[in-house]
Each structure stands twice: as C-alpha cells, then as structure tokens.
Design a protein. Sequence first.
Length: 96
Amino acid sequence: MEKVTIPVGTAVESCAGKDKKGLYVVVGKLDYPYVWIADGRKYNLDKPKKKNCRHLRVVGTSAAISDVGSCRISNEWVRSVLNRAKDEMTREVLHV
C-alpha cells in the first residue's frame, strides 16, 4: 500500500468518524499515517484533533500550503483557509 502524506496547511474533508463531512486544515504531522487537524473553532490550534490520513480527502489548493511559510499560523488563518476552500468547492459545483 502506498504511503499518502498530506502537507501541513492543506484543507481537507473528513470522510469517517464523528467529524465526517467537516472541513479542516492539517496543522501538524505525527508518525505515519496520522496528522493533526484543526478548524479554528471546535478543534483549535491549542487542541487539534488527531486523524488518520486514510480518513481525509484533500479539498484545498497549494495556495494554502505556500502561506504556511510566510505567516504565523493562528486560528484566524485556519478559518480563512477553510473559507477559501469552501468558496472553491462552491465555484466547482456551480461551474459543473
């Protein structure tokens, strides 16, 4: 089985668990296959959620990834990345 890693700063959708269908941002990595995710509200940066990569679907763009190096990650930044991802998803649905 191929190891799938998700970079920090990527917007993802949960595909399994009690948080299914929720949008999150990967804010840290653990030993494969786990990552830390946050939404800036329920799971903020002080208490992110541990999640298996197999239960996540990437929905964000590389723009979010490039922001990680240039700014300090905060709950507001996480929410702005998620808002951009929601806007992109809405545009994709409307253009289909």
